[in-house]
Design a protein. Structure first.
Lengths: 438, 319
């Protein structure tokens, strides 16, 4: 009995020693931990799940096909936030020591962890979301929002609805129907600046989380205001609720345009034919026959390494998830090469994310040709400002209806600079990257 | 002066100036009110019979709607999926009574409330394992719920009434009438009311606590299914439906936790008043989205004068 007790007492100690001296080193050499602050539960699960699936499956595919990145396995992990800011902040604290990157997955969580990034020295990767001034890499050294910020999205939508002539918006009325959350409010400063410059009326209409499924008040206001265009920064059930109400109000669907997070096939399938003509800007294009997607099919789905919903493989959001994981992977690759190391750390990944070179040749090489516009990042440009396409719902799926659009950086850059400075001043002392001369 | 005008004159001038629009606002408010009342009823029934504030009512809506759609996805005809879903809700009611409520008899109310939070968390996880997190389409047409709209042109304007909204209103009214008849005329209904009035006295005359609890949780499940169908038809079926339960809280504060009539009147009052306030005062003066707080403020004002709510029972306790 006594012998057994001693054995049990010694076992954890032995394990701890083994981990400290051998296990940890072996583990570290074998893999890189990438934890996603995901949400597969809660009111936004329907939109979160396909994106997280896409992110996960790209990582599994690389591990299965290539044995990871340059021989280093990716340990992909998730911490469930339920799209809740408090839970997201907890997940950040829990995972910051193990993961080499934080992917907050909500603008609210991004804003919470943003001030900590300089201290904890862990890069924040918020692809196509988060705080738009994060594009200013000199101020936000640890934050990245490639391939485009919300302000890029807003600018491209305005260019498209004005058919390239912003002056034509003069005297018109543009409504922004937005989730009443930091995400939904993000485009307001830029749209206000556009309204002042080009003489159109801009009217933001907020939708509370509890009102997502019953937006009759918001659409009654739209009916009363008779806007020329309605832009939408919607998420989750808000997208379905809005398109349903638009159809009910008989608002012309082709005058109703969403941001990229309002282009979810799963949402639109609930609306079906009634949503025909609805458009959304998207920096990603689904391309199920592309080499990367076929490899995911072969190495992950057919091999039963992971499961997804029926038809999800072809969805915009699933394939966008794949692209999002690619940003991290390409950042790791760049860092591995630059620092001549296999297992990169958070600081090295920061350099990698700051030096993404995703030109057409590279996209073709990794099997993603035509799925995303080419872009690159630098120490001053953390968004990449890639282009985007206008997609349109044809009653069953989203189809591309425009060429690659580009945002108006002359309009955006001054606002990014001003707002970034304002943020840095409000959070002083805030370190600025003085070494960056770009 | 302009400010006072925008509060006291302009809104009413707008109502008179566009009466068709006012009619549309009132209709939308009525529909919202009926839907709020439906959710509130689920809370009231359980509270009335067991003094438990059922935090799980929202997730029961999601669970019932997902079960219905899930059965249909498995090839079960829609009209058969409804009774099968009701059977699942009955089994759930029995399971809750056996596994959660029965072991907690005579525990403080707070413990029972916490237990319903536990039920919520369990149903979220269990539901996601079975049905997944993605958005599903409510089988509106398969249930023969009409999806067109009636359009009128009163006062030279335009009013549109969605047939599924009209069906929801009629369905909710029938459900409420049926419930009132059941509670007031049937033996079981009277037993529920007796239990709500005084647990000890009801038990002493032979009313079975466990039978009644199963019954009220099952009725709450029926209401959850009706609510799930109606709300699911508007914006799809997903876990997002859970948040609509919060819309019932001010209704309960206003109407009183024990009153079926209070839930109905409170729901309708909040539905109509919050819509009128949002359209004519909230949007022009406060930037909109007043629906998130208006009902709570209204309930708060009522509570100042009637702490038990409009229809709640005034309880005098000796100390």
């Amino acid at each position: 009995m006594k012998k057994n007790l001693i054995r049990y007492a010694l076992l954890p100690a032995a394990l701890a020693l083994a981990t400290a001296f051998g296990g940890a080193a072996a583990f570290a050499e074998d893999s890189i931990n990438v934890t996603n602050l995901s949400y597969r539960t809660g009111p936004f699960a329907a939109t979160g799940t396909p994106i997280m699936n896409g992110q996960r499956d790209y990582m599994i595919m690389l591990n299965e096909r290539d044995g990871g990145i340059n021989g280093v396995k990716i340990s992909y992990d998730e911490c469930e936030t339920g799209y809740n800011t408090e839970k997201g902040a907890e997940c950040y604290e829990k995972t910051k020591a193990s993961s080499i990157v934080t992917q907050p997955w909500s603008t609210g969580i991004t804003l919470q962890v943003l001030p900590k990034s300089n201290v904890d020295k862990i890069p924040i990767l918020a692809p196509g979301y988060g705080f738009s001034p994060m594009a200013d890499g000199k101020v936000f050294q640890w934050a990245f929002n490639p391939p485009a910020s919300y302000w890029d999205g807003a600018s491209m939508i305005l260019k498209n609805i004005s058919e390239g002539n912003l002056e034509s918006l003069k005297g018109k009325k543009v409504v922004l129907l937005h989730l009443d959350a930091p995400y939904g409010k993000e485009p307001i400063p830029l749209l206000q600046a556009y309204a002042e410059k080009y003489g159109f009326t801009f009217l933001p209409i907020p939708v509370g989380v509890k009102e997502m499924q019953n937006q009759s008040a918001q659409w009654l206001q739209i009916r009363r205001e008779r806007p020329d265009f309605v832009l939408m920064w919607g998420w989750g059930a808000m997208n379905v609720g809005a398109v349903t109400e638009a159809a009910k109000t008989k608002f012309p669907m082709d005058k109703f345009i969403g941001i990229w997070w309002s282009s979810h096939d799963g949402d639109m399938k609930s609306v079906g034919e009634a949503g025909k003509g609805y458009r959304a800007i998207s920096w990603s294009l689904p391309h199920s026959e592309s080499p990367v997607m076929q490899d995911i099919k072969k190495y992950v789905l057919d091999a039963k390494k992971a499961e997804i919903g029926e038809g999800e493989f072809d969805w915009v959001f699933y394939q966008r998830g794949v692209l999002i994981s690619m940003f991290t992977v390409e950042g790791i690759r760049a860092a591995q090469e630059h620092f001549d190391t296999k297992v990169v750390n958070a600081e090295q990944l920061r350099w990698g994310l700051e030096n993404l070179k995703l030109d057409e040749a590279r996209l073709k090489e990794i099997g993603m040709d035509g799925m995303i516009g080419p872009f690159s990042t630098s120490c001053s440009n953390h968004a990449g400002h890639a282009g985007a396409w206008m997609l349109q719902w044809d009653g069953a799926k989203f189809v591309k209806v425009s060429d690659l659009l580009q945002a108006d950086q002359d309009m955006i850059a001054p606002l990014v600079e001003t707002e970034a400075k304002k943020y840095a001043d409000a959070n002083a002392p805030w370190p600025i990257n003085e070494e960056c001369k770009m | 002066m302009e400010f006072l005008n925008s509060i006291f004159v302009k809104p009413f001038a707008d109502m008179v100036g566009a009466p068709d629009f006012l009619l549309q606002v009132l209709w939308e408010g009525l529909v919202a009110g009926v839907l709020y009342a439906l959710i509130a009823l689920g809370f009231v029934l359980i509270y009335k019979s067991s003094r438990i504030f059922n935090f799980a009512q929202g997730i029961m809506v999601v669970f019932a709607a997902l079960t219905l759609v899930g059965f249909h996805e498995k090839g079960v005809p829609a009209l058969l999926a409804v009774p099968l879903t009701l059977l699942v809700m009955f089994i759930l009611a029995v399971a809750i009574e056996r596994a959660v409520l029965r072991p907690l008899v005579n525990q403080p109310d707070l413990i029972l409330f916490m237990a319903t939070i536990g039920i919520t968390l369990f149903l979220i996880g269990f539901g996601e394992i079975i049905f997944g997190g993605e958005n599903k389409v409510m089988i509106t047409e398969q249930l023969y719920i009409p999806t067109g709209s009636f359009e009128f042109e009163p006062f030279g304007g335009f009013v549109s009434i969605e047939q599924k909204d009209l069906t929801a209103v009629i369905g909710a009214v029938l459900l409420v009438v049926g419930l009132l008849v059941f509670l007031n005329r049937s033996k079981m209904g009277r037993a529920i009311r007796a239990l709500g009035d005084d647990h000890q006295a009801a038990l002493s005359v032979g009313i079975s606590l466990s039978t009644i609890w199963v019954l009220v949780w099952f009725i709450a499940g029926v209401i959850a299914l009706a609510t799930g169908i109606v709300w699911g038809a508007r914006a799809g079926v997903s876990f997002a439906l859970e948040v609509i339960a919060f819309k019932a809280l001010p209704v309960l504060m206003l109407g009183g936790l024990e009153s079926v009539l209070g839930a109905i009147v409170g729901g309708l009052a909040i539905g109509v008043l919050e819509k009128l306030f949002e359209i004519y005062w909230g949007q022009p003066l406060l930037g909109g989205n007043t629906e998130t707080w208006f009902a709570f403020v209204l309930a708060l004002v009522v509570l100042l004068f009637r702490p038990q709510g409009l229809f709640g029972e005034k309880i005098i306790e000796r100390v």
